[in-house]
Design a protein around this ligand. Structure first.
Ligand SMILES: Cc1cc2nc3c(=O)[nH]c(=O)nc-3n(C[C@H](O)[C@H](O)[C@H](O)COP(=O)(O)O)c2cc1C
Length: 170
């Protein structure tokens, strides 16, 4: 599969097979995140990979009860160990860096025949407590990952014309 095919094929997956992910596959997905670009190459990311069933279920409860989070064979918790950097354009770097890194993982997962779903709805204090994440670290997202047990169609997107203007704002 080439990159365009992977981008086209990726979906948020909310039902997973009860099947473990082979370690080499999981490692390749994490490696895709590790190789992502970041502002000034600071790479403030740290990924906590949760495979333990009991912990996954606790994370699901912390994700506002989204039970499917606990049904994935692993949950990758995307954390930022440095949160103070603001780029000269005024944007904070860490949520952007983490988003790029985790999105690399969502695409690499497709290549491995795996599904993911970005989870932004969770209680950060609860996730931190469950996993023993230090106070100063921010949790940016949870990424359940596993073999898909559904193949949803594409979600609607804005038209190309609505998203793109050439040369000037219009
Ligand atoms: C920042 C972000 C937060 C999201 N949070 C959740 C979430 O908490 N629960 C969920 O089921 N989906 C979540 N999603 C998935 C979106 O609903 C999904 O990407 C969108 O509907 C488009 O569908 P697609 O990913 O299949 O193309 C999130 C996606 C993003 C990018």
């Amino acid at each position: 599969m080439n990159v365009s095919e992977v981008i086209e094929k990726r979906r948020s997956i909310r039902r997973y097979e009860d099947r473990e992910i082979e370690e080499d596959k999981l490692r390749r997905v994490l490696e895709a995140g590790r190789l992502a670009p970041s502002a000034s190459n600071v790479q403030e990311w740290k990924y906590v990979v949760v495979r333990d069933k009991e912990l996954r279920q606790k994370l699901a409860a912390a994700a506002k009860g989204q039970a499917f989070v606990g049904h994935a064979s692993a949950v990758i918790v995307g954390c930022a160990v440095r949160t103070d950097r603001v780029m000269s354009g005024g944007q904070r770097a860490y949520p952007i860096d983490l988003a790029i890194s985790m999105d690399h993982m969502t695409l690499a997962a497709v290549e491995e025949g795996l599904g993911t779903c970005w989870i932004g709805a969770f209680s950060e204090p609860e996730v931190k407590k469950i996993l023993g994440i230090p106070e100063e670290v921010r949790v940016v997202c949870l990424l359940p990952i596993g073999y898909p047990a559904e193949s949803p169609g594409p979600k609607p997107r804005k038209s190309f014309e609505e998203c793109v203007s050439w040369e000037r704002w219009s």
